[in-house]
Ligand binder design. Structure first.
Ligand code: PLP
Length: 384
């Protein structure tokens, strides 16, 4: 059976060009970048190249990039690294109520901003929440479940005017939408390679020149003392290559994905009664679709499993973490969906290797599955 992967917000397949770039570091290029001999210097050069490629992707300077082991670590590093410089009562941090757990689980002394029913954090709401002791505002650039894009420039401007630093978790946005750190008033930005066709277990944190944070990991002083540990050279080379490819191909790829995304949204809305789009219609990631199905609580999970039997991988909005499968999504609840709707959404996220033919197949199968399922799910929930 043909397999179709439509779950790129969970992770992306490695681009073969990235694999090719990484392979020598599992063979002849094995040096420790801290060594002064030829083997070390080959590895050091690969790290320098990776750092430059990542910096170029969002118009930063290489010395503003620190490599970490994940998007989660980058997020933790900013929150803990800023908060640890103050006494708790002197450090108010603001975030939104629909961030990734990498933010929400890190600091419990956060203020949570509400989001609109379309999944947007409004600048006026941030303005009202700022306090004299607000040190940091952290708002994601794009949401992982609904795909909505946040007005980062405006929010960062409000934070800065209020005397706070601004961090954005851009794990879902980097490589998909243009981000220009030379003009954005953003102080910190987190990214993760496995969301842009790079390897898992490598991320980066952008730290604006001149800003200081406390390190989380102490040791040999790598990454300018901010993240000790022998560098994961192969993964850094892979992240660098993934960033370089994204920089070159992002604009054409975004138009292609928007076209595929809109075909799916429009066809489903026309052919499946009671299906609705969750999140803003246009302020969303190019390949991201989050669909709700009014009225049928069990329908999304049934559909996800039935699509899987047809070889099509998508996820439910609530189970982007399999640890919380079956629970209503806190992200959808934050957007004002009731618990039944917050359990019943599907996330379809497209990527670089998806084709028109795959979208055709999906659009042929989904309405059929919904048609077959509706009498069954209505019966189940009528008797429950
Ligand atoms: N932040 C967001 C918005 C994400 O979507 C994810 C992963 O799903 C992360 C952070 C965590 O990234 P990583 O998997 O590299 O730890």
């Amino acid at each position: 059976m043909e397999q179709i992967y439509f779950d790129h917000s969970a992770t992306t397949p490695l681009d073969p060009r990235v694999v090719e770039t990484m392979l020598p570091f599992y063979g002849t290029n094995f040096g420790n970048p801290s060594s002064l001999h030829w083997a070390g210097q080959q590895a050091r050069q690969a790290i320098d190249t990776g750092r430059r490629q990542v910096a170029e992707l969002f118009h930063a300077s290489p010395d503003e990039i620190i490599f970490t082991a994940s998007g989660t670590e980058s997020d933790n590093m900013v929150l803990m690294g800023v908060a640890s410089q103050y006494r708790p009562q002197d450090c108010h941090i603001i975030t939104s109520s629909f961030e990734h757990p990498a933010i929400l689980e890190t600091c419990k002394y956060l203020s949570y901003l509400p989001v609109t029913t379309e999944g947007i954090v409004e600048a006026s709401v941030l303005q009202a929440a700022l306090r004299p002791n607000t040190r940091l505002v952290s708002i994601m650039a794009a949401n992982n479940v609904v795909g909505t894009l946040q007005p980062i420039a405006e929010l960062a401007g409000v934070a800065r005017a209020g005397g706070a630093l601004f961090h954005t978790d851009a794990v879902q946005a980097v490589g998909k939408i243009p981000l220009h750190m030379d003009v954005l008033p953003v102080d910190f930005l987190s990214l993760s390679a496995h969301k842009l066709h790079g390897p898992k277990g490598i991320g980066a944190l952008y730290i604006r020149k001149g800003l200081k944070i406390e390190p989380l990991v102490h040791g040999g002083g790598q990454e300018r003392g901010l993240r000790s540990a022998t560098e994961n050279v192969a993964a850094i080379a892979g992240l660098g290559k993934a960033a370089e490819i994204a920089a070159q191909e992002m604009s054409a790829e975004a138009s292609r994905l928007v076209r595929l995304r809109d075909r799916i949204i429009e066809t489903i809305q026309a052919e499946i009664p009671n299906a609705y789009l969750v999140g803003h219609r246009y302020k969303r990631l190019p390949g991201h679709i989050c669909l709700g199905f009014a009225g049928q609580e069990g329908e999304a999970i049934h559909l996800m499993l039935s699509l899987n039997e047809e070889g099509i991988a998508i996820s439910t909005g609530s189970a982007c973490s399999s640890h919380s499968a079956g629970q209503p999504s806190y992200i959808l609840m934050a957007m004002g969906l009731d618990p039944i709707r917050a359990r019943g959404s599907l996330r379809i996220t497209l990527g670089r290797f998806n084709s028109d033919a795959e979208v055709d197949r999906f659009l042929e199968i989904l309405p059929r599955l919904v048609g077959e399922m509706r009498p069954v799910t209505s019966r189940i929930f009528a008797t429950a």
